[in-house]
Design a protein around this ligand. Structure first.
Ligand code: F0G
Length: 420
């Protein structure tokens, strides 16, 4: 196969594909000329093979690929599609954590930018099958963004309860954009959830928070997909940020079922990471889960600003069954971890960075040992919370990267480059 090359659309001059120029010396624009001479039917066969199993019931979804173990049956499936998220490895992040064998499963690369889409595709599918006429949720932001999108697809009215002033801009914008009726409640998330439970009961609306068991079913596929990406060889650790504890619960169920079905032969340890200012589960863990804590939550990671996690009991089961543990990290550690993940060109929202900060802490404390394989789950996209990014880079600090305003002159560009 001949290599592709560049040709000027104006003068016809040809340049090698390695040319550093982005336009022709004559000022014309360059086109890439492809050089493959393989017959179309050969290419079609190969492209189709690479696309994999074209089962129409899966529709390219990394959730419905596991449909036998989620929500079987003949009814319609409401998919975006979602899932199929990458496992990243980046030296800069591994270096900061102090551990070589670290992979990041980026759930922020789901259609609405968080792992919530995996639970929502199943929960909304089931709500439609059950004849729901409207759906509701309380949220720190991501659940509402995801539910709003899937409700729009289903043609169902959506009602969202969020804590006023405590939801990141990207998430609130999504709920509005996708058309959810959005209530800014003058209270924290825990009170929003109580209100959403009462209101949906009183008004006959399907509640789609992670107390809804179908959400948990969908979120199991984060674990199954990462196991599949590792050829069903479990890592030693899965590290996940923890707020309302739906994900921690889902991970335990996924591992329990995978073991029971013989998909894996041993179970990774699950480490749940809370923000220090919102760490009731961490306190419960510290006391051997003898009592359940409730706190007034405060953290820069607004996604996990939760003081009374609804899925406490099933999350306890996950930690016990996987010989897991719970740790907590300060806002400072969260912001530093986020800056490192962001600067690696991956990016995540603050709550997600708690997983990376938590992994670092567990390495330093010796819980994660040299040679252990670790997968940390990044739960949300960097664009979810632009406010935290802009604020971080406008303050003093080691990882800061403030923007530079200049006049349109080359001399100023040069000065700005030297200033770095
Ligand atoms: N990371 C992100 C980005 C989240 O949005 C959440 C939860 C979590 C982690 C914690 O997961 O609740 O299963 O322990 N967000 C919920 C919401 C509460 O309303 O969007 P969890």
């Amino acid at each position: 196969m001949k290599a592709p090359h560049l040709r000027c659309a104006a003068c016809g001059r040809e340049l090698p594909p390695t040319s550093p120029r982005s336009d022709c010396p004559c000022g014309g624009l360059l086109d890439v000329v492809q050089a493959s001479r393989e017959p179309g039917r050969v290419l079609v066969r190969r492209f189709d093979r690479r696309r994999g199993d074209g089962d129409p019931r899966v529709q390219g979804s990394g959730v419905w690929r596991f449909r036998e173990l989620l929500l079987p049956g003949p009814g319609p499936v409401l998919t975006h599609p979602e899932g199929n998220t990458p496992l990243y490895r980046r030296d800069a992040v591994a270096g900061w954590v102090g551990h070589d064998d670290l992979a990041l499963k980026h759930e922020g690369e789901n259609p609405t930018g968080s792992f919530k889409d995996r639970g929502m595709t199943v929960a909304v599918t089931q709500a439609v099958r059950a004849g729901a006429t409207a759906v509701a949720c309380a949220s720190t932001g991501n659940t509402s963004a995801s539910m709003a999108a899937y409700a729009a697809q289903a043609g169902l009215p959506a009602l969202v309860f969020v804590p006023a002033g405590k939801v990141a801009a990207g998430k609130l914008a999504q709920a509005l954009a996708y058309g959810a009726r959005t209530l800014l409640v003058r209270a924290d998330f825990d009170a929003c959830l109580r209100l959403a439970r009462e209101a949906s009961e009183a008004l006959g609306i399907a509640l789609l928070n992670s107390i809804n068991p179908w959400r948990i079913e969908g979120q199991k596929t984060i674990v199954w997909e990462l196991l599949q990406q590792r050829a069903w060889e479990p890592p030693d650790w899965i590290v996940v940020p923890a707020g309302n504890l739906g994900n921690t619960s889902a991970f335990g169920k996924a591992l329990r079922e995978a073991l029971g079905l013989g998909l894996i032969r041993r179970v990774p340890r699950v480490a749940s990471v809370q923000a220090a200012g919102a760490s009731p589960f961490y306190h419960s863990f510290g006391g051997g889960f003898r009592r359940r804590y409730r706190v007034r939550a405060e953290t820069v990671a607004t996604a996990i600003r939760i003081g009374d996690p609804a899925s406490h009991d099933r999350a306890v089961r996950t930690i016990r069954e996987t010989d897991g543990l719970v740790t907590s990290v300060t806002d400072r550690e969260i912001l530093e971890a986020k800056a490192v993940v962001d600067a690696a060109g991956i990016g995540c929202e603050p709550a997600s960075a708690a997983a990376v900060a938590g992994a670092r802490r567990l390495v330093r404390e010796g819980a994660i040992r040299r040679g252990d394989s670790v997968v940390a789950v990044l739960t949300g996209h960097v664009l979810k919370d632009p406010g935290v990014v802009m604020d971080f880079h406008s303050r003093a600090g080691r990882h800061r990267n403030p923007p530079v305003t200049i006049e349109a002159r080359v001399a100023e560009v040069e000065r700005a480059l030297k200033g770095r």
